[in-house]
Design a protein around this ligand. Sequence first.
Ligand code: AMW
Length: 199
Amino acid sequence: MAKAVKLLLASLPPSRSPRSAAANYQLRITRASSTSSYTHSKMDSENYTFGPYKIDHKEVFYSTDLSYAMVNLRPLLPGHVLVCPRREVKRFVDLTAEETGDLWLTAQKVGSRLENYHRASSLTFAIQDGPQAGQTVPHVHIHILPRQSGDFEKNDEIYDAINEKEKELSQKLDLDKERKDRSLEEMAGEAAEYRRLLL
Ligand code: AMW
């Protein structure tokens, strides 16, 4: 390295030198990805909420200190699940950096396992952040939907379907007929399958 460059690097405050920035980045990544995942028995004794709703632990199939994943009351497609922060936070901007990292790492892990499990070939990740964006439950959540060719006639109709306010489209797709609340028994059965995938 040229002497002038060495001198310049040495004169920078630690947080501005390239090495330090890389080290800080690595530290942040390590911290976010090292959030421990919970065992089944620990998950069963935890309390989970989703906005105003209390979530039965049987619906939850994966959990860390900061995030959890649950099956959906009204899935649009097989494997349509939700990943949420443990803390009740309405808007994406309200998450801390650690919560944001952990949420997306959880979504990445859950998405890849469910894509395989459902023999899908793609994934839709979606957040409706605020009521005008279609958010109906005031608690941040990432929708994960394993996708297969032809599952929706027009691919992007998935977004209208996620946004339940698009009543016209949902009638066209007959979603209201299909999308009744499921029983806890049915949801618990699905969650039990997914728990095995995430051991
Ligand atoms: W939003 O319109 O807020 O982006 O999505 C809310 C999602 O939460 C929907 O997919 C809906 O089916 C799901 N949902 C609502 N209540 C529950 C619940 N108690 N358990 C699981 N999923 C739920």
